[in-house]
Write a protein that binds this ligand. Sequence first.
Ligand code: TXA
Ligand code: MG
Length: 355
Amino acid sequence: MPALILKIDKEDLEESIDTAANIIKNGGTVVFPTETVYGLGANAYNADACLKIFKAKNRPADNPLIVTVSNFDMVKDVAYIDDDRLKIMKKVWPGPLTLLLKKKKIIPDIVTSGMDTVCVRFPDNKIALSLIEKSGVPIAAPSANLATKPSIVDSKDATEDLMDRVDAIIDAGRVKYGVESTILDATKKPYELLRPGAFSVEDLKNLFGEIKINEAAEGYKESKIALTPGMKYRHYAPSKELFLIEDENEFRKFISSEESKSFTALCSSENAKYAKCDKIILGSDIYEIAHNLFYAFRKLDKDKNKYGVIQSFPENSIGFGVMNRIRKASYLIVRKNEDAIKTISSYKLGQIKKD
Ligand code: TXA
Ligand code: MG
């Protein structure tokens, strides 16, 4: 059966959320907005319902789900927290910071892929919070995209990808940030940044003092593999091959050269004027760029050019999360000390070997 599309105009809002909450209570799946990206949710206490999330997304069973809550009592139901951590949570929640905590038994193993920790998220989005409250249970919800694909930031894209895979989709338009929450491991001291995202590292440091940055946070881990193209799988990625040119001058040179003919450039408003190839403008402010990033990846997949090329951005505030997503989505990264035209043409000539 195709998914129910639930409208959220003033007159539909309450009824839509009631319907969605009933679906959650009855073990079904609902796509709903958060302030970061859309989530694909089910009752976090119901293992069979959570299995449906993995199936709908083609998600490997060893990739655990975030548990989304709507109040502090729910946090205590799912995870062990002390007064120290509770104090912090009260400062940052609701908001786009997800905390890794020790899990309680009530969360079935399928949600955490058998681990003894759970990622807890308290989103700053009225629809998400109202859905969880009305469901009466925490909602396990990864990002709503199909595995490896760009995250969903607009309900239209949810309809396109998930219509036959879920029970309902809440049609709430575009989300606020466009990049997922920041994930912080709060099980050990100092706390460790696992994934940069919409909550800035600068704010984390102001709140917690010392923060360890996990080596995967920059996003090179998968992309290092991508330096040898064609290997392994990427995350958040468009279907087309996307090339990241980290040096801004090299990027400008490339997009104004003949070499860029079969490319679409994803760039800032400022760099757009250098493009002789087709372009998708991401914006000028880093929050605007974050907001448009996944949307642009999807647009790239629909245009006529064979390849995409993207620039890098300063890695402060949400920019750290933006660069993590771009690196993970990239097929090949041209590093700062490389000649972009030469590297990319060698790749196209087959001179950079596939493993
Ligand atoms: O903004 C967000 O966080 C969005 C919205 C929908 O809430 N959700 C989201 O979920 O990005 P997802 O599943 O796409 O990313 C969650 C990440 C995954 O990389 C997963 O491996 C990691 O969190 N994760 C979840 N539980 C974990 C755990 N117990 N230990 C380590 N990593 C965990
Ligand atoms: Mg995801």
